[in-house]
Design a protein around this ligand. Structure first.
Ligand SMILES: *[C@@H]1O[C@H](CO)[C@@H](O)[C@H](O)[C@H]1NC(C)=O
Ligand SMILES: *[C@@H]1O[C@H](CO)[C@@H](O)[C@H](O)[C@H]1NC(C)=O
Length: 164
């Protein structure tokens, strides 16, 4: 005979875990992480029910309270844009009508790292962008140095053949 008290406790436990899982999923759904290297182009995603948004979406950099881009009545508006983002932000104009307010940020720099929020007008999407230094591609250097050592080897071989 299982202890009825124990059964209630485990039921509560499971319910508690399910609620935690639900809260976790809701939070994570609206929190995206994007990583990039200096000079890359990244998409900062934001999907809004087009009827609910009324066509106005505001992209902001959280820490510095900078205007990344405004989308007014479905059109990009750069009037208040921070100089930091000038010429580097594009919207997907044909997708806006479908509620796709994602933006394209090009030529990212280390200082672009941070939290970006898409407001419509309440915050609907938070994107954490992390830009890292451009990695030196391991391939190129190695190929070049092995090519030059092959050249040296061949050269010394020819040299020794010619002059011995
Ligand atoms: C929004 O549009 C961009 C560019 O076409 C695309 O990459 C992205 O997947 C779209 N997002 C959604 C949710 O459809
Ligand atoms: C990318 O940014 C760097 C540093 O801000 C700048 O020197 C370079 O001209 C930019 N490149 C393009 C293609 O905009």
């Amino acid at each position: 005979m299982p202890n009825p008290n124990l059964r209630t406790i485990s039921k509560r436990c499971i319910l508690f875990l399910l609620i935690q899982l639900l809260i976790y999923n809701v939070l994570v759904q609206n929190n995206e992480i994007r990583t990039a290297e200096e000079g890359d182009t990244v998409i900062l995603p934001c999907s809004v029910d087009p009827t609910a948004a009324g066509g106005d979406v505001f992209w902001r950099n959280e820490e510095e309270h900078q205007v990344v881009v405004d989308i007014i009545m479905g059109k990009e508006d750069f009037n208040d844009q921070s100089p930091k983002y000038r010429g580097r932000v594009k919207t997907f104009t044909t997708e806006i009508a479908e509620g796709n307010f994602s933006i394209l940020l090009s030529n990212v720099t280390l200082s672009d790292s941070g939290i970006y929020t898409c407001y419509a007008p309440k915050p609907v999407q938070r994107v954490e962008l992390s830009v890292t230094e451009k990695k030196i591609r391991p391939g190129n250097g190695d190929v070049r140095s092995s090519a030059s050592s092959m050249f040296l080897l061949g050269f010394s071989l020819l040299y020794s053949l010619a002059f011995s």
